[in-house]
Ligand binder design. Sequence first.
Ligand code: G6P
Length: 356
Amino acid sequence: EAVARAGYQHLMLKEIHEQPRIIRNIIQRKQSAWLPGDSFGETTCGVLLIGCGSSYHACLAGKILIERLSGIQANAELATELFDVTGSTRRYRAVIGLSQSGETADTCAALDRQRQAGFYTVAVSNVPGSRITRLAEQTILTDAGPEMSVAATKSFTAQLVTLLNMGLALPLKEPKRALDLTGELRALPARLQRILDREDAHASAARWLASFKNIICIGRGIFLPIALECALKLKEITYIHAEGCAAGELKHGTLALLSPVTPVIAFMGTDETRAQMLTAIREVKARGVPVLAIAPEGEEDLEDLADRVILLPRTDPLLQPVLAAAAAQMLAYHAALSLNLPIDNPRNLAKSVTVE
Ligand code: G6P
């Protein structure tokens, strides 16, 4: 295992640090057309993305990426909750199964049921030749290399960038958008590296987070999947009870849980959700709740509002979540490190769950 860690203290940290290189490789590949023609005619309702765990969170982000870029309707569902196999209510042009390992039984079974119901299936997996790639009509590889730490890191950001590439390979709503994104994509690995180089800032915020028993992560739009993923990372490796919550939903229940000992991690976007996130942070602060804001550079004013702020390089609103995800991974890693937990092999969890 020492060889696999390649000088890093944990596999998870090594895998986090591999991300700039992996993303550079993914963006150099041009995704070819992957969506078959509309065989259902007018009744079609776009594509369905399914997965479990972190892969499901990538599905939620993928839904937004595909819809924003192409205007093609996309839905995301937990593979474990997908019961409609008749296709009677929805006629998807493709059902896309996301699975890092390609072996998750629930995802494979759900995708197989969709295939048998006559839908065109696409596997998005990190492992060539895995079960999901064998059962789907088409495979798109995320090429993040073997991921060994139980908590998904590099495979998650690789899924996000792969889904963005898949979105760009569809007929675009605004063809000019592809050009804007090309430059931003090229700059993404270096921006991600800048986050990884700021280990101290993350470690200090993480030590603070590790002193709490409950944490609520909030986001809106494409940052909601990142808030959910942040909460999942915290649960998996720090054993802190963490919940991801849509920022706008706080007032419908979760606000009752917040207190000076239950902080909020707020993921700020650069898009139209920004103003609403500021409102949510103000609402929370007014109740004496500690806030860690994770925001793009240019949001320095947040320092007057939030207790702690981690500023990330600023990029296109559709790429900003990749940077926010990396920050969330670093926070969870350093929180678990400060708690002296078995980061690469958390209790009760397996890297891939091959039973339904
Ligand atoms: C397990 C892992 C998670 C992962 C999930 C789905 O629960 O511990 O990290 O997100 O399975 O795995 P998959 O290989 O299908 O992406």
